[in-house]
Design a protein around this ligand. Structure first.
Ligand code: C2E
Ligand code: MG
Ligand code: MG
Ligand code: MG
Length: 276
């Protein structure tokens, strides 16, 4: 069968897992089972305040720990989750895991933020705001430490009710971030309608800024725009010192990328962050 063939190919290519040449293509039922069997976990990638060089927070990034295929990255299953409606359950799991992690961090450091990626469907109903409200109350957590990331491409066809839900989340104190900025087609008026507190420059511009003047110009413009609109700016995909230095000179607030650290499991993040 197709599945059997996939298994053989992957096991002969074990160290690369799903990132190898031969892809595991999950079905809706696979994903449903993964949720039920608690195979979805979060990795955390640090974000650094560029000026103080201290840890600003971490972004929670989902991974599927598949018993046969290894670590499956999100781009292999988030679209499927969105198409099948499973994204509602998936995000519920993510929020539960992320917030309990954040509660652990708060015991050691009361300033560390946690960024969570959410999809457009998650703001079509009141489910997400209600879950967030409930958890924040249960754990007595400061909502301003929770950052909800929405990709710019999500915002193109956002409905009025979703705009309303985002505004209400902001009024409750949650932070709102516009992710992958520069790659979507949202208008500036759309950007203005939603009370974003953070702008994340897409990594494609960051990765090219040291060798391409156009990318550098886009990064500079993003930083300026964000600051004029009273938002903090995060550069993602910072892979080397040259890029870090350029971003610092341009006044970028926060950096995230392999130059600092790759996403890692919670226990490793604890060692990285609270060492000594
Ligand atoms: P994103 O939110 O833009 O996350 C950043 C991605 O860039 C992550 O990939 C991260 O591992 C990668 N990255 C970070 N630093 C570097 C770097 O220096 N160089 C390079 N080349 N890559 C870097 P990842 O974890 O595979 O996530 C991909 C996308 O999947 C995310 O993009 C986000 O849109 C989505 N995603 C991840 N977790 C979730 C989730 O829990 N829910 C939803 N709805 N989407 C998620
Ligand atoms: Mg993100
Ligand atoms: Mg991004
Ligand atoms: Mg992205």
């Amino acid at each position: 069968s197709n599945r059997q063939a996939q298994r053989e190919l992957v096991s002969s290519n074990n160290d690369k897992g799903s990132q190898g040449k031969f892809d595991f293509i999950p079905t809706e039922q696979d994903l449903r089972d993964a949720i039920d069997n608690k195979q979805l976990v979060l990795y955390y990638q640090p974000q650094i305040n560029m000026e103080t060089q201290s840890v600003h927070g971490a972004e929670a990034l989902i991974r599927w720990l598949h018993p046969e295929f290894g670590i499956i990255p999100p781009d292999k299953f988030i679209a499927l989750a969105e198409q099948t409606g499973l994204i509602e359950q998936l995000t519920e799991v993510v929020i539960q895991l992320a917030i309990s992690q954040s509660v652990q961090w708060q015991k050691v450091d009361k300033t560390i933020r946690l960024s969570i990626n959410i999809s457009a469907q998650n703001i079509n109903s009141l489910k997400l705001p209600e879950q967030l409200k409930m958890l924040v109350k249960q754990y007595e957590l400061d909502p301003s430490l929770i950052v909800l990331e929405l990709t710019e491409s999500t915002l193109m066809d956002i409905e009025v009710t979703s705009l309303d839900i985002l505004t209400r989340l902001r009024l409750k104190g949650f932070q709102l971030s516009i992710d992958d900025f520069g790659t979507g087609y949202s208008s500036l008026s759309q950007l203005h309608k939603i009370p974003f507190t953070e702008l994340k420059i897409d990594q494609s511009f960051v990765a090219n800024m040291k060798k391409e003047n156009e990318s550098k110009a886009i990064v500079q413009t993003c930083i300026m725009l964000a600051h004029k609109l009273n938002m903090e700016v995060v550069a993602e995909g910072v892979e080397d010192k040259d890029t870090w230095d350029l971003l610092l000179a341009e006044g970028c607030d926060i950096a995230q990328g392999y130059y600092i650290a790759k996403p890692m499991p919670a226990d490793q993040f604890d060692k990285w962050q609270f060492k000594g």
